[in-house]
Design a protein around this ligand. Structure first.
Ligand code: UDX
Length: 446
């Protein structure tokens, strides 16, 4: 039997998952409740920036010349219910306003909208990052609301994709984790993921709570690693050490590893910050809050990085931002993405603006989103334009374009040759040779 796959929610996760499933050879129907998104995707266009995704989408979206036609999009729950044997739920679970807990309303309403249309056996697979215990609750809800009753099963299959590498991570995942309650659910998911598994991706079968926890544990570990190296950066700065060398040296130890040891202005984005907070909130509800008190410290070290960057900048321009022009290179939370959610770069730019600095931001892909969330900042169309007349330049998102800037050329445009590297990816020697005052977080000043 050919498996019909549906993907509910077409954001970063859902759009990529839908295209990847079509690439694996399945007939796929993607659903979103926002008609504009469905219109855009149906034309083979991606409503956000993700390298390689538009090419993948165009290879499969029905109606695009030369496509396989295996991928279609809809806003109709009825159509999704009729079409799918396996339904992937990929809606987002943002942080609740003013709380640590995550907002489950999109997941809940996806299940409530889908269930009444499930009149034959089907497997609903949750991919969203949720508080442990959600799968259990949603399984009961599905069985109650679906006309097919017990013939509708739930599985949990967390997603580990990184923005900027979403296509690669989805087609060739590091691991596939499935929380299941029956052999039938496991077999179906083994069939769906047969190709990546044959290509070497480990397939880990477990229960609901473990599957849910794998995702939050992985993100908590990554956040902890970043805050650990940022704590070392704080110590290096006071002791005169160099955190970049330190990270390199400890990273050679295989047990530690070199990845995720880049000190700087810390982590942001739609996942790590909210996931560690939601994890703490959930542990509190379960009475296990003591086990995760260290995450509070991970979070506060991370937030301290942003204000430290602001303090260093103020110090560099003479103690006040009033009358100072500050050029900010980078607005997204990481390179190769247009995502500015909880972006440390934009947060630093905003703090300086609120303290009276005249801020001009440039980012290769994040300008539209940055303008939307922070319309009162100044914006420029290129790095060269952003730095014109600047008293200080801040490097806050490590785009390749910024690494390739010529300090000599830039030096002729600024008022003062002063640059602060918030990501530790620029070459201090190169900038200093061209007469710049160069300062990087956790590194010696000269
Ligand atoms: C993360 C996880 O990596 C991914 O597995 C999960 O599915 C979703 O959350 P993502 O949010 O795309 O992915 O970004 P990631 O590459 O993890 O970076 C997160 C933040 O940490 C960025 O702001 C990045 O700049 C920062 N970071 C990363 C550091 O400050 N230092 C590092 O060494 C690595």
């Amino acid at each position: 039997m050919a498996i019909g796959i549906t993907v509910i929610g077409t954001g970063y996760l859902g759009a990529t998952h839908a295209a990847a499933m079509a690439e694996l050879g399945f007939e796929v129907l993607g659903l979103d409740v926002v008609p504009e998104k469905i219109g855009t995707l149906s034309r083979g266009e991606v409503p956000f920036y993700e390298p390689g995704l538009e090419e993948l989408l165009r290879r499969h979206v029905a109606g695009v010349a030369g496509s396989t036609g295996r991928l279609r999009f809809t806003t109709s729950w009825e159509e999704v219910g009729e079409f799918g044997d396996v339904h992937f739920v990929c809606v987002n679970t943002p942080q609740k306003q003013g709380e640590y807990a995550c907002d489950m309303s999109y997941v809940d309403s996806a299940v409530d909208s889908l269930a009444p249309h499930l009149a034959r056996p089907a497997l609903v697979v949750g991919k969203s990052t949720v508080p442990v215990g959600s799968a259990e609750r949603l399984a009961a809800r599905l069985a109650r609301l679906a006309p097919a009753g017990d013939a509708v099963e739930l599985a949990w299959n967390p997603e580990f994709l990184r923005e900027g590498f979403a296509v690669e991570d989805t087609l060739r995942p590091d691991r596939i984790v499935v929380g299941v309650r029956s052999d039938r659910a496991e077999e179906l998911l083994r069939e769906v993921y047969a190709k990546p598994v044959a290509a070497g991706s480990p397939f880990v079968v477990t229960d609901f709570p473990t599957a849910e926890l794998v995702k939050t544990a992985a993100n908590s570990f990554l956040a902890t690693k970043i805050s650990f190296i940022n704590a070392m950066a704080e110590v290096c700065e006071t002791a005169g050490g160099d955190v970049v060398k330190l990270a390199e040296a400890i990273g050679y130890d295989d047990r530690i590893g070199r990845k995720f040891l880049r000190a700087g202005i810390g982590f942001g984005g739609g996942c790590l910050p909210k996931d560690i907070r939601a994890f703490m909130a959930r542990a509190g509800e379960l009475g296990a809050d003591q086990a995760l008190t260290f995450l509070r410290e991970v979070d506060s070290i991370n937030m301290r990085r942003r204000s430290h960057m602001v303090d260093l900048t103020r110090e560099t321009v003479g103690g006040t931002f009033l009358g100072q022009r500050v050029a900010v290179l980078g607005a997204t939370f990481k390179p190769d993405s247009d995502d500015v959610r909880d972006s440390p770069a934009l947060n630093v730019a905003g703090q300086i603006h609120l303290q009276g600095g005249q801020v001009t931001v440039y980012d290769p892909k994040g300008m539209a989103n940055a303008r939307r969330v922070f319309p009162t900042l100044g914006y420029a169309d290129s790095a060269a334009e952003a730095v014109r007349g600047a008293d200080v330049v801040l490097h806050l998102t490590e785009w390749r374009e910024f690494r390739e800037l010529d300090p000599q050329v830039l030096g002729e445009a600024v008022a003062h040759r002063r640059i602060l590297d918030g990501r530790n990816t620029l070459d201090p020697e190169l900038w200093r040779k061209s007469g710049w005052f160069f300062r990087a977080l956790g590194r010696p000043t000269a």
